[in-house]
Structure formats: C-alpha cells, structure tokens
Design a protein around this ligand. Structure first.
Ligand SMILES: C[S@@+](CC[C@H](N)C(=O)[O-])C[C@H]1O[C@@H](n2cnc3c(N)ncnc32)[C@H](O)[C@@H]1O
Ligand SMILES: *[C@@H]1O[C@H](CO)[C@@H](O)[C@H](O)[C@H]1NC(C)=O
Ligand SMILES: *[C@@H]1O[C@H](CO)[C@@H](O)[C@H](O)[C@H]1NC(C)=O
Ligand SMILES: CC(=O)N[C@H]1CO[C@H](CO)[C@@H](O)[C@@H]1O
Ligand SMILES: [Zn+2]
Length: 661
C-alpha cells in the first residue's frame, strides 16, 4: 500500500462532508488513481479550466455511502439495489434463525422492540419494569442481543467473494445485525483499494475486512470446518460457474450460499451447449425460461455439492430484471445425497405446442421415515410425436424438480419487510415479488403463458382471470409465477389445457381453411374437447397479490438497464463506446434501424379491423394490433428469451381486471 494512498484515504475520512458531494480531482500519472497532491489541496473547484479532470462520485445506498470513480473502473450497478436490499433482508432472517438458536436476539433497525411493545404503562409502572429488567440482567437471564454495526462474537462469518466497491459488504455491516465478520474480497487491486477507502468512509473497519485474492483460492483456503463461512455471497459478471466448486465446500454446515447469475442468454436457451458446459444442463428456448434458469442453477449447485457428500436446500430463488439469484443452504449427509438424483428431471418440450413433461433422473421409493430405496427411473414420459400436435420433443435439463423456495422462510422475510417498509428503498418491490412467490404452486415446476396457448392455435387470448377460472372450475390448481407476468402455473396436464383452449376457440372460431393440415393449430383443433370449460369468472381466480395491487412485476428500471460491462481501466472514451453499444443493442429489440422493422412497429400501432370483427386468424403474427388502445410495457425483457409478447388481445366477455398489471 503506497504512502500516497494512505494520505488520500485520510484526507477522505477527515473531510466527510466534502466527500458527500461530488469530489473532483485531476487524472494523475497513475491511471485511475486520483492525484494525491490535488486531493491534499482539497480538490478545489476547478470547473471548466480543467479539461482532463475525472469526477469521483459518492452514492448512498441503504445505510452505506460509497465513493466511486466516475469512469467504469470499479463496478457499480444501481439496478442491483433490489438484489442487495433483498440480500440484506434474507441474511437478516437467516441471522435471526441462527442466533435465535443460540439465545441471541437480533435488533433490526426500524423493528419495534418486542419487549418494549408489550409494555404500555404509566411512568411509575415503567420504572418497575426497568427495575425488573435490571434484576434479570443481574440474574443473567436477560436475553443477549445483537445490533447492526457491532461485532457479535457468536455471530455469522460472511464472505463476499467478488466485492468490487465493497458496497454490499458495507451494507451488511451497517444493516444486518448478528455478524462476526465480513470479508470483502476482490481480485482487482483497484477494487480492493476502493473497498479499503469505503470501509473507512463508513467506519466499519472492525467488521469488514478487505481482502485481495482470487475468490476461488480464498474459498479453497477456508474449507476446514472451523474456517468456513456461514454466508457466502457470489455476485460475478455473468456466470458464477467457476466459483461454485469452491463455494459449496467453504460454506459452513447449514450455511447460506447466495449466488447471482447474469448470463441469462445462456441460461435461457440461447446456446444450450454453453449452458451445459457451465451448469451441466441443457437449457431450452421456452416460455418458462426464467424458471428453467433458476432450476438449472439449483441443479448445478446441488451437483457440485454432491461431489463432497453435501446437498442444497433452496430458501428463495428469484428471477428479476436481467439476472437470477438463488439463496440455498448447504448441508452434509451421505445418505441424503443419495436422494439428489431423484430431485433432478429432464424436460421434454414439444417444439410445436410447447407442452412439456418432466422425467426424473432417479426414483426414490418407500415411505418417508423408513428406509428409502433408490432405483433407475423409467421413461420416457412422452411418445415420439406429441400427442396433442404431432411434433417432436426437445430434451432439456437436468433441472432441479423440487420446490425452489422454502415458503416458511420466504414468509418470514416477507413479514419482516412488510412490517418495516422504511428499512429498504425497494421494500415495495420485495413485498410484491415475495407475495407472488408465496402464491406459486410449490410442487409444479415451470408454466405455460397465456399468449403461448392462444398463439399456438391462432385464436385470441382469454384474460388471465378467464383461463384461471376455467382451470379452477375443472378442479385443477393454478397460480402465477413471479418469473413471468403471463405465467399459468397449473397441475392440469397439457391435455386439459388444450381442451380448455379448444372450448375457448369455439366462442370465437378460427377458420380451419387458413391452417395447414400439419400445423399444431390444425391438429389440436381437429379434436373435440372432452372437458367442458367454464370461463365464468370465479372470485378465487384473482390472486391476492394482484387484488391488493402489489408491485409485482417491475417495468424496465431505467434507461440502458442491464448487466454492466466489466470494470476496466480504459477510462471514459471506452466506456462511452460501450454505453453506445448497449444503447444500440437495447433499441434493436424495440425499433431496429431498418425501415422494414420501423414500418412493422408503426403498423402494430393500428388496431386490426378483422380482429375487431372477430375474423382475424393471425393471432400474434398479425401485423396490426390486437391490443387494447394503451400499449403495455413488457415486464421482463431479458435478452433473447422467447418471452410473452405485449399483444394480448382480449377474448369475448373481457373480464374486469382488478389490481394492477
Ligand atoms: C459484478 S462485480 C461485484 C459487484 C458487487 N457484488 C456489488 O454488489 O456491488 C464483480 C467483481 O468481481 C471481481 N472478480 C472477477 N473475478 C474474480 C475472482 N476470480 N476473484 C475475485 N474477484 C473477482 C471483479 O474485479 C469485480 O469487481
Ligand atoms: C495546491 O495548492 C498550492 C497552494 O495553493 C499550489 O501552489 C499547488 O499548485 C496546488 N497543487 C495542485 C496540484 O493543485
Ligand atoms: C359455470 O360456473 C358458474 C359459477 O360456478 C355456474 O353458475 C354455471 O352454471 C357454470 N356453467 C356451466 C356451463 O357449467
Ligand atoms: C493478498 C490478501 O489480501 N490476502 C488476504 C486475503 O484475505 C485474508 C482474510 O480472509 C487475509 O488474511 C489475507 O491477508
Ligand atoms: Zn405438441
């Protein structure tokens, strides 16, 4: 560590008010490092006379203040605030459980102190209560407590393997009670410099230990049981795959592993073979690609853990914006690892109608509690040609086929955040997303989407309430998915869904002569439904999270949102070029520069006359709009995922749609 840098940090910590504004300094000889002399001079206002100046910005997120060089030298992505807020909420509940077992009560900022709430008495009585508490203290059975910002000797050892600016680690230190230590590690010297400065700036040096190492080496050095971490957070650029082998060994027994993946194109089936090489599973292009991505990551984590007689138990699995994030606990047990094969499944997905079937990799039989017998599974679950539309199946997976959340745990996080919304900037979104998660059918992997069902048979789209009502009338269960706005998660077999769609089509028939006889639509519609669908809206078809108008599906959070490019010392020009590319790529999805596409987009703004008359057969392929007048913004636009389209024409008897969407 150079002398100049020490001076620099000192000057920053000595002038906190100065740093809270935007500090300015000259671009010095050492690239990216502020010129110490300039800093010592108080970084005086230099304005326009200084053409080569670099700006340093301080941002505040949660309880942390973080200094960033303005050029993209060290990573900061404001869109990930939700990810960090959620992680603080999850680790807090994890700490509450772990420390609660040791008789330590955590004190969460903003949470009413349970003991004080009970007491609503006169001053006199309060005195008595105080006395009593003192007595307790004297007799030693006063519950021990742990507050944020202080070391809890029996608290959690946390590792942030890829810490960049240290923001996340510093937020843990300032916002999560019950921590013993936080190691904020990054391989980049520049990042670790920044971590050190930010640790000082936030006065958390007693809790946060900056560390410069390859995260893998650091984790391999902490495999011994006594040296493991209770919480490991991995938030890399793109795929976490290279870190998983080390991580599943360095997390303590029952410890928490938090993993972000931003390589969504890979996980969503854009190149199945790349997904296989990273995660050991083939991804498929599917409407349910977001949940499939979560299940592939869970499969991969469990498999890596299995190598070491360990296995994972998912607590919470989230698909948000442009990434997925999983929170799992890791346990050891040779007997339980035997069950892992039967927790994974291959996915057969029809290329014509999208019907899917899961095939477990192994079979576990026997009553729970007594001896379980493991054997090979029998398959396949589908005929060579799809029974509904006659097309072939693609094979994906293996994916994790067990529940992806622990609903009891999710309920705890949800309750804590709902009761204390002031704690996080993104509380409303956390509440919305977790509420939908508590409604998800836990035992039904994957889902169909509304527009997928209607566009396959070229009919218009029933409302979500109509389709859900029809499923409920037919005695099936149905739920949303937090991972996709138009998801229909149901235990109904594909045959029942197609029967319901056949009934729907009868109310607004599709002209058969327009359909090729080999098309999935023709094949599906040429069969009479066995089930008589009832689309009468049912009260219980409207999910509670929707009725309550919770913020469930986030519109794209900001201009040019998405994963950030890697931090580079390249400076501003390179960054601007990158930003420009990102902007272009992003606009490409909305309005490509070609005239033909612009024309198509313009045509799509006109309502389709045929559709109004009920004669348009083209469904989503129609170049005119089948939408109600106000165009809706896609909730999740992960690149290259065959996601639900924005055009969702309403069918006959369009239901009122309470709640938001
Ligand atoms: C996406 S950023 C982390 C962002 C941070 N977690 C946050 O929430 O603000 C990824 C960081 O990983 C670091 N990194 C890349 N490879 C690494 C490795 N093998 N070991 C440790 N850090 C690494 C990079 O230097 C970069 O700072
Ligand atoms: C710092 O201030 C001194 C005195 O005002 C001045 O002579 C010197 O040039 C300044 N240094 C820089 C780098 O601005
Ligand atoms: C559909 O359900 C409604 C409400 O439960 C019921 O009143 C109606 O008779 C049902 N219609 C048919 C055709 O079964
Ligand atoms: C090179 C380096 O900074 N190594 C540090 C890595 O982190 C550990 C703490 O976990 C330190 O002890 C090392 O000094
Ligand atoms: Zn099919």
């Amino acid at each position: 560590m150079s002398h100049a840098r020490i001076v620099l940090w000192l000057s920053l910590t000595l002038r906190p008010t100065r740093v809270l504004c935007t500090a300015r300094f000259f671009e010095g000889q050492s690239p990216g490092l502020p010129n110490p002399a300039a800093m010592e001079n108080g970084t005086g206002p230099c304005g326009e006379e200084c053409p080569r100046e670099v700006q340093e910005t301080t941002i505040t997120e949660g309880a942390a203040k973080i200094a960033f060089p303005s050029a993209n030298e060290v990573f900061y992505n404001p869109v990930q605030e939700f990810n960090r807020d959620l992680t603080c909420a999850v680790i807090t509940e994890f700490a509450r459980i772990q420390l609660g077992a040791k008789g330590i009560q955590i004190k969460v900022p903003g949470e009413k102190d349970a003991q004080k709430v009970v007491v609503d008495l006169s001053e006199q009585e309060e005195e008595k209560v105080e006395l009593k508490e003192n007595e307790n203290l004297a007799s030693g059975d006063q519950p021990r407590t742990a507050a944020v910002g202080e070391i809890c000797e029996e608290g959690l050892h946390v590792l942030e393997g890829l810490a960049a600016s240290g923001l996340r680690s510093i937020r843990f230190a300032l916002e999560v009670p019950g921590l013993r230590s936080v190691v904020a590690n990054d391989t980049s010297a520049r990042a670790v410099d920044l971590i050190r400065r930010n640790v000082q700036l936030n006065d958390v040096a007693h809790l946060v230990q900056p560390s410069q190492a390859d995260a893998r080496m650091l984790m391999y050095q902490h495999q011994r049981v006594s040296e493991r971490f209770d919480v490991i957070d991995l938030d890399p650029y793109g795929s976490p795959a290279p870190f998983l082998d080390a991580a599943v060994q360095a997390v303590s027994e029952g410890g928490l592993l938090c993993v972000t993946c931003t390589d969504m194109a890979v996980l969503a089936g854009n190149s199945g073979e790349t997904c296989y090489s990273k995660y050991g599973a083939m991804a498929l292009k599917s409407r349910a690609c977001h949940e499939m991505a979560l299940r592939i990551v869970l499969h991969s984590l469990d498999l890596r853990a299995n190598c070491y007689q360990r296995f994972v138990v998912p607590l919470l699995s989230i698909s948000a914006d442009f990434y997925v994030r999983v929170f799992v606990r890791v346990f050891t047990g040779q007997a339980k690892v035997k069950a892992s094969a039967s927790k994974q499944a291959l996915v057969f997905q029809c290329v014509g109608c999208g019907a899917y079937h899961l095939q477990r990799l192994g079979k576990a039989s026997g009553v729970p509690g007594s001896r379980v017998k493991f054997s090979a599974a029998c398959g396949p679950p589908v005929t060579p040609e799809c029974e509904h539309c006659g097309q072939r199946h693609q094979l994906g997976g293996p994916v994790w086929a067990e529940p992806i959340h622990d609903l009891d745990f999710v309920g705890r996080v949800l309750e804590a955040v709902s009761a204390n919304p002031g704690r996080f900037h993104t509380s409303q979104r956390i509440r919305g997303v977790l509420s939908v998660i508590t409604e998800e059918l836990p035992d039904v992997p994957l889902y169909y989407t509304l527009d997928q069902l209607s566009s396959t048979i070229h009919c218009n789209t029933p409302s979500l309430l109509q389709l859900r009502s029809a499923l409920l009338h037919a005695d099936f269960r149905v739920s949303l998915s937090h991972a996709c706005k138009n998801a229909v998660k149901t235990d109904a077999p594909a045959s029942a869904l197609w029967d319901i769609m056949r009934c729907w089509e009868k109310e607004c028939p599709v002209k058969r002569e327009r359909l090729s006889e080999t098309s999935p639509a023709f094949r599906i519609l040429s069969v009479e439904p066995r089930l008589q669908a009832n689309f009468t809206i049912r009260e219980d078809a409207n999910p509670s999270s929707r009725q309550r108008g919770l913020k469930r599906f986030q519109a794209n959070p900001e201009a040019n949102w998405g994963p950030r490019p890697r931090a580079r010392p390249g400076g501003k020009a390179a960054d601007e070029a990158m930003e420009e590319r990102r902007r272009l790529l992003q606009n490409k999805r909305k309005e490509p520069p070609e005239d033909a596409a612009q024309r198509a987009a313009r045509l799509k703004t006109f309502p389709c006359k045929r559709f109004k008359e009920g004669t348009c057969q083209r469904g989503d392929q129609c170049c005119y709009s089948h939408s109600p007048p106000t165009p809706r913004v896609s909730a999740d636009a992960v690149p290259d995922c065959p996601e639900t389209s924005n055009q969702s024409p309403r069918g006959p008897g369009d239901a009122a749609r309470p709640g938001i969407d």
